[in-house]
Ligand binder design. Structure first.
Ligand SMILES: *Cc1c(COP(=O)(O)O)cnc(C)c1O
Ligand code: SF4
Length: 319
């Protein structure tokens, strides 16, 4: 896309003063292994703050990503055991997760799909998409289709609209859901055309992934408002991350920020055991203590459900 001014190299990060302690030579193997992308608007925010802040740690590569601990897994939530056709994870009877692409606006350094996401080979080929549709058509128990990825809002409105039209054409599909980081981290993509595609007969619920209150820039808030004003219901999901949001003040501010922006907090995920992410993890006991403290200190409207996603593919479990 011609408007894409996303930063994708360490040299560009260095020029912007966005390398923390580690040098380009140390970080090169990190970004060889796990993709790097920072949209220019986000880079501006990070530059204003400096590279070693709770917000920036989510996005800037770190030498510690090369450290793999014995308990880490390629497939931290066991999706592979529930993949009936390429691009589909069917773990719960009434809903399927579909991954139409691998690209994201930004590659989060803690991502549980970090071995799968990245630029290149982005979109499911048309015969693979046809197989996805066949599978859903043949599975009438599925009443909800969740588009995830990658980030579905990286698709052009035309392309995404085509996929949603196809899904809407299946009679037992009553709810569409999209999981995305775009409205907050790459809000320029929420164009009038995108809004038009998301507003349709079959409701599209949008689950916005954000982990730190400072992700809500004025442009992000405007994009979110345009979605809500268009009648699109918004929910949140957050990953609990050491050094980013794992303290009561930050977490409370984030949940309130969601509600201020008419986004209902939905899930707070305990961090997964993805490779090279041990510096982000905290214990379940620490997470529970935080979730309980949140319960005691802020409004019920602001409460997410704290969940653990187990590696055996058993699904999300409230803790
Ligand atoms: C998270 C997830 C869902 C959605 O679960 P909800 O609890 O309905 O939000 C569906 N399928 C898979 C494979 C998932 O990982
Ligand atoms: S946007 Fe989501 S899928 Fe993409 S890197 Fe971040 S956490 Fe992973």
């Amino acid at each position: 896309m011609s408007r894409d001014t996303t930063i994708r190299t360490l040299d560009a990060l260095e020029t912007l003063g966005l390398l923390s302690g580690d040098k380009v030579s140390v970080l090169a193997p990190v970004v060889d292994r796990y993709a790097l992308a920072i949209p220019s608007a986000l880079a501006k925010v990070l530059r204003a703050q400096g590279p070693d802040t709770p917000l920036a740690r989510q996005f800037l590569p770190d030498a510690r990503e090369l450290v793999t601990t014995p308990d880490e897994l390629d497939e931290p939530i066991g999706d592979g055991a529930h993949a009936p056709v390429k691009g589909v994870v069917h773990r719960y009877p009434d809903r399927v997760l579909v991954k139409p692409l691998h690209a994201c606006p930004v590659y989060c350094r803690f991502c549980f799909r970090r071995e799968q996401v990245g630029p290149g080979g982005e979109v499911l080929a048309s015969d693979d998409w046809a197989a996805v549709l066949d599978y859903i058509r043949a599975t009438p128990a599925v009443r909800e289709v969740i588009l995830s990825g990658g980030d579905p809002l990286m698709l052009s409105p035309r392309r995404l609209g085509g996929l949603l039209d196809d899904l809407e054409g299946i009679r037992h599909v009553r709810t569409l859901r999209i999981h995305s980081r775009v409205p907050v981290l790459d809000p320029e993509r929420i164009t009038p055309d995108m809004l038009a595609v998301l507003r349709r007969k079959t409701p599209v619920w949008l689950v916005i992934h954000a982990n730190h209150p400072e992700e809500f820039t004025p442009a992000a808030e405007a994009a979110v408002a345009s979605l809500v004003d268009r009648g699109i219901p918004l929910l949140s999901q957050t990953v609990l991350l050491r050094g980013v949001n794992a303290d009561l003040d930050t977490l409370s501010a984030l949940m309130r920020r969601f509600v201020d922006n008419r986004i209902k907090p939905y899930y707070l995920h305990h961090p997964d055991r993805a490779k090279g992410t041990s510096h982000f993890r905290l214990s379940l006991a620490e997470g529970k203590a935080l979730a309980n403290a949140l319960r005691r200190s802020i409004s019920g409207l602001c409460q997410p459900t704290y969940v653990l996603d187990g590696p055996e593919g058993q699904g999300k479990w409230p803790v």
